[in-house]
Ligand binder design. Structure first.
Ligand code: 3H9
Length: 650
């Protein structure tokens, strides 16, 4: 039986088993919604049918509303209409959730009279991550099933839960190896017509509800959707179902048309597009199972942990036995921390350590399919290392450089086979940060690039492909942005004013506070390195040099753009004096800046540099630049990144 292009069904005895088949994720497109309604009509009108099972084809149950339909005219039936019909249905409807039941998919499940989870099931209402709230009853039905506190946690943060937790919370009835068979059996066994909307929201301590809300607010500064989600869950305990649903729907429609939602949807699709490279469509990656990592400092040990927890075998090379032992201890320590914070089980830690070898013998890297160097960022150190590896590793082994500032083409040129060299620019701490710039060097072979992308994806990270340029995408934009911030210091703004404007916009920290945290010496060294080739006619701000010369290298020295007398960032009159002296030396009459002017100038600097990167073919898409700035430099995701925020015709 077929009810629409994506919804079909078969009869198992008296049970109508409905299958949704709308690849890639069974989103609730218009034809899915109409197909479900038609199936319900058929079941209602056929006496022999005793009940219905809803299932998804493929790896997903239902991935949610079809996000591609947002921004287009609404097509009936709406999801709330479908969901309400399911809940009110006179014959039992049970869902067999194999894979993800997200957003609208979870709302369909919540409306069913029974919910059977497969072992791979996940449930979640991740709408806030798209700048919206659930719009088909999620905020009203979930608290009725699992209580307001757990509902605030799940809906306010968008956190997904696996089958076991879903059952423990009361979201799912049971976990079954064959959820479809179990759902059919539940209908045959007389599944009662449990209507979630008829349940009273369990009473909870108001202080605990407020505390759960406060946790959500703390993580969602500057965003609208999470606080609206919390408000709606609380309302579920105060309003009747109909009023609650009406309030939810109005909020959903309002937020769906918000800037925040447009920005977060842009990021959603940008993330899916990232790492897709047209020229690699037909290219197969090389097999990578064993990863060599050279250097076990902060960066190398972070990369090692990331690779180990993603199932790779790791051989970490150091210069001496002592350094190798210290590296082993550092990696084990990071794994311990992951266990303590619940991100890793004790068994998984043991399995990681069993796959780790640390050594001072470079020849041990012979077994590696990929070697990532994370040694001191010095040209001769890196090229000597790669030349040595040329004689050790197999011809198919990929050599990746983690350089931030050197020219990877020049590093590649120093090796016997530049086609196997690629850049992997991890961000620190590498076991935590998702962003990785994958540098497609002049001679990188297509299958080497494809392998690097596959490796980064398997690490669970976000790969952004970029061409070779000083600082790649992120640091190049960061330099431009910092230079503009320093121009504004000369023009009349003070560091705390610039930082306050950025923080009010949604950056977790302003640029001067960030510089203090990272330390001012790396940028100082770079300025000194570039001094000889700098165009004397170019505007150059000397304030940072004066601070560095005075030993103000940032937080670790207790002084930088700010003073940190008791650890707290405070405005330092000594810095103001340096700035005023710099203005006076150039005869600049300072003027006042509004927060908006500050933002406009900084955003323009980022966008101009981003536009140049696109024109030069260094970055492939504006969305890639947005992702780099959001995931590496604190740009607020709910503003969509600099390129999106500056789009004039949105
Ligand atoms: C909602 O439900 C609102 C309701 O409350 C109210 C309604 C009234 N729509 O991630 P992947 C595409 S809001 C359209 O790489 P995975 C995606 O663009 C929604 N397209 O796969 C990509 O396309 P392409 C709440 C979607 O296996 C392809 O599918 N739901 C949607 O790694 C593969 O995606 C969510 O927020 C969609 N909903 O992960 C869930 N979802 O191949 C969003 C995906 O052209 N989705 N696509 O690049 C996800 O979290 C993941 O996609 C999922 C699968 C876990 C399902």
């Amino acid at each position: 039986m077929r009810f629409s292009q994506s919804v079909s069904a078969r009869l198992e005895g008296g049970v109508l088993v409905v299958a949704i088949d709308n690849p890639p994720v069974n989103a609730l497109s218009a034809h899915v919604r109409s197909g479900l309604l038609a199936a319900l009509d058929h079941a209602a009108g056929t006496t022999d049918i005793t009940g219905m099972v809803i299932s998804g084809t493929g790896r997903t149950f239902i991935g949610g509303a079809d996000i591609k339909e947002f921004g287009q005219p609404m097509v009936e039936p709406t999801l709330p209409q479908v969901v309400e019909r399911i809940e009110a249905f006179e014959k039992p409807v049970v869902c067999a959730v194999d894979g993800a039941a997200l957003g609208g998919g979870c709302e369909v499940a919540l409306a069913c009279h029974g919910r059977i989870a497969g072992e791979n099931a996940t449930f979640g209402l991740p709408e806030v991550k798209l700048g919206i709230v659930p719009g088909a009853g999620g905020t009203q039905r979930l608290p009725r099933l699992i209580g307001p506190i757990a509902a605030i946690d799940l809906i306010g943060t968008g956190r997904m839960v696996k089958a076991g937790e879903a059952v423990a919370l009361g979201l799912a009835d049971t976990v079954a190896a064959d959820p479809l068979a179990a759902a059919v059996a539940a209908v045959n066994a007389g599944q009662p017509l449990r209507r979630t909307g008829s349940i009273d929201v369990p009473v909870a301590d108001p202080a605990a509800i407020d505390a759960a809300g406060a946790k959500v607010f703390a993580k969602s500064r500057g965003q609208l959707a999470p606080s609206e989600a919390v408000r709606l869950v609380k309302a579920a305990g105060q309003l009747d179902l109909e009023q609650g649903l009406a309030e939810e729907r109005a909020t959903f429609l309002r937020l769906r048309d918000s800037e925040e939602s447009a920005a977060l949807r842009h990021i959603f699709f940008a993330e899916r597009a990232a790492g897709k490279v047209e020229k690699l469509a037909e290219v197969s990656p090389r097999r990578i199972e064993t990863v060599g990592i050279v250097g076990t400092g902060l960066m190398g040990s972070g990369i090692a942990v990331s690779a180990l927890t993603s199932g790779y075998r790791v051989i970490a090379l150091e210069q001496t036995q002592e350094a190798a032992a210290a590296g082993h201890a550092r990696i084990a320590g990071l794994l311990d921390k992951a266990v303590q914070s619940g991100r890793l089980t004790a068994e998984a830690r043991e399995a990681c350590l069993a796959r780790l070898g640390t050594t001072a013998e470079a020849t041990d890297l012979a077994a590696a399919d990929l070697v990532v160097e994370a040694v001191f960022d010095d040209f001769s150190v890196k090229t000597e290392l790669f030349r040595r590896l040329d004689d050790i590793v197999a011809p198919g082994t990929i050599l990746a450089t983690n350089t931030s500032y050197l020219d990877p083409d020049a590093i590649a040129a120093a090796t016997a086979d530049p086609s196997r060299v690629v850049g992997l620019h991890f961000f620190s701490p590498a076991n935590v940060m998702r962003l990785t710039e994958v540098v497609d060097c002049a001679k990188t072979a297509p299958d080497v690039l494809a392998s690097a992308l596959a490796f980064v994806k398997r690490l669970g990270k976000l790969p952004i492909v970029c061409g070779v340029t000083e600082g790649f995408i992120g640091n190049r934009i960061f330099y431009a942005y910092r230079r503009e911030a320093e121009f504004m210091l000369e023009d009349g703004a003070l560091p705390h004013e610039i930082d306050a404007a950025l923080e009010a916009y949604g950056f977790p920290m302003g640029i001067f506070a960030v510089n203090d945290m990272a330390g001012l010496e790396i940028a100082w060294a770079r300025r000194k390195r570039l001094a000889e080739t700098r165009d004397p006619a170019e505007r150059y701000v000397e304030i940072a040099d004066r601070l560095c010369e005075a030993g103000r290298l940032g937080r670790k020295t207790g002084l930088g753009w700010y003073a940190y007398p008791s650890g707290e960032r405070t405005i330092d009159p000594a810095v103001t004096a340096v700035i005023e002296a710099a203005r006076a030396a150039k005869n600049i009459t300072p003027r006042a800046f509004t927060a908006q002017e500050i933002l406009d100038r900084l955003l323009k600097a980022m966008v101009d540099e981003g536009t140049a990167l696109l024109a030069d073919g260094i970055a492939a898409r504006p969305g890639d630049i947005d992702l780099v700035m959001i995931n590496g430099y604190g740009f607020p995701a709910h503003k969509g990144g600099p390129m999106f925020a500056a789009e004039p015709d949105r």
